[in-house]
Design a binder for this molecule. Structure first.
Ligand code: SF4
Ligand code: SF4
Length: 391
């Protein structure tokens, strides 16, 4: 790497750190603005992973003017981070203009992609547009009938990123129901770290929206990959560790308030897994709506796997008890894909890092059952076509 390139990377790294700290300070000082929003500029994808419920093979891109309006609206709310997702966002013909628009407001800019369309030229263009964070999810080492997001296929793209990207790259691997070979997640994570990227691991739930505890070897792999992560996410690691054991978490999901998911139709949803709730057009989504959702308890929270929303929730974990029930307003909209679970007892303490499994199980109804399920994790896996993951 040339000294000039090294210096540019260093400068961008320091700028990202500064913006991250500013985002945290602002998030702690006020609960009135969204911390993170996901926007969908196109629902179409160039792949068709059999577990995925977040793509189609035909939709047109959302017009750039409309995407600008959504970005400007998020900026007007004081949103700190905007992540572009899909479908496959690289299929949007004016993606770079959308990235530039987000940056023009001073917001942190991220993207989740399957990586297939990356070339050296495209990566340099993303550098110039001002992309700051990129995540690629890799599901296996070799492509199979479930997923082509495979290390063998994407390795050349990862090497291009290592050489050209001036933005942060995170590689997410997956464990859980339906994943044939859990060792693949470890291979993906090690390779990511060798190339200088960060590595995370997501846990998949089955087609009924229910989580299954990981088996003993999967848990070992899970712990090893988590230990490669950053200490700053240690609280989220506790969330994820509980989920890996089939244990519920007692936390306050701030989806619809501190986290917004805006679909290609411009509707605000809790998250990718709860589309239809509340399902209100963003132009009609008011400060009152965000305030209501801040205080609304989400019945799907105990076994939620959406770690970006959990990370956002960390900024408010000690304040704003949730006393309201969810009210779906999109009468014709899709039904939630995560089966509602019994709401956690509002009197229970919020889960704290350092709480042992045993002590937490004694506090949370159902946790002991989860531990029992974890102990019998060798139960048959669901079919491969019936699982889905978070992006
Ligand atoms: S998981 Fe990602 S790459 Fe696979 S079909 Fe869905 S949107 Fe496309
Ligand atoms: S699935 Fe998770 S992130 Fe989405 S609304 Fe439920 S608890 Fe919140």
């Amino acid at each position: 790497m040339t000294p000039r390139k090294w210096l540019r990377r260093k400068a961008k790294f320091l700028q990202r750190r500064y913006k991250d700290l500013r985002m945290i300070a602002k998030g702690l000082a006020s609960t009135d603005h969204p911390i993170l929003a996901h926007i969908i500029p196109i629902r179409r994808c160039n792949l068709s992973c059999s577990y995925c419920n977040e793509f189609d093979d035909h939709s047109k891109p959302v017009s750039t003017e409309e995407m600008f309006r959504r970005v400007d609206w998020l900026a007007s709310l004081g949103t700190s981070i905007v992540t572009i997702s899909g479908g496959e966002p690289l299929l949007h013909p004016e993606l770079d203009a959308i990235i530039k628009r987000i940056r023009s407001h001073g917001m942190i800019t991220g993207m989740i992609t399957n990586g297939y369309l990356l070339t050296a030229k495209r990566i340099e263009e993303l550098n110039r547009a001002g992309l700051e964070y990129l995540q690629i999810s890799i599901d296996n080492v070799r492509p199979d009938d479930v997923s082509k997001k495979s290390l063998k296929v994407l390795d050349a793209k990862l090497r291009l990123l290592a050489e050209h990207a001036e933005f942060h790259v995170n590689i997410n691997s997956v464990l859980g129901s339906g994943i044939r070979n859990p060792e693949d997640a470890l291979s993906v994570a090690h390779h990511a770290v060798e190339l200088g990227f960060t590595s995370t691991v997501g846990i998949i739930h089955d087609g009924a929206g229910q989580l299954r505890p990981l088996g003993p070897r999967e848990q070992e792999i899970f712990r090893e990959i988590m230990s490669m992560g950053k200490r700053s996410f240690s609280r989220v690691h506790h969330f994820q560790r509980n989920i890996s054991r089939g244990l519920p978490n007692n936390w306050r999901c701030r989806a619809g308030s501190r986290y917004l998911y805006i679909c290609e139709d411009g509707l605000v949803h809790y998250c990718s897994q709860q589309r239809g709730y509340p399902g209100i057009p963003y132009t009609q989504y008011t400060a009152d709506d965000r305030r209501r959702e801040y205080y609304t308890q989400k019945p799907c929270a105990p076994l939620c796997t959406v770690s970006c929303v959990q990370q956002v929730a960390v900024l408010d974990f000690w304040r704003g008890p949730q006393t309201l029930e969810p009210v779906p307003s999109a009468a014709d909209g899709p039904q939630p894909v995560v089966s509602p679970l019994p709401a956690p007892d509002a009197r229970l303490p919020i889960y704290q890092p350092g709480t042992t499994q045993a002590s937490f199980a004694s506090l949370v109804p159902g946790a002991a059952e989860g531990q029992a399920r974890a102990a019998t994790a060798s139960a048959p896996e669901p079919t491969l076509t019936s699982f889905r993951t978070r992006r």
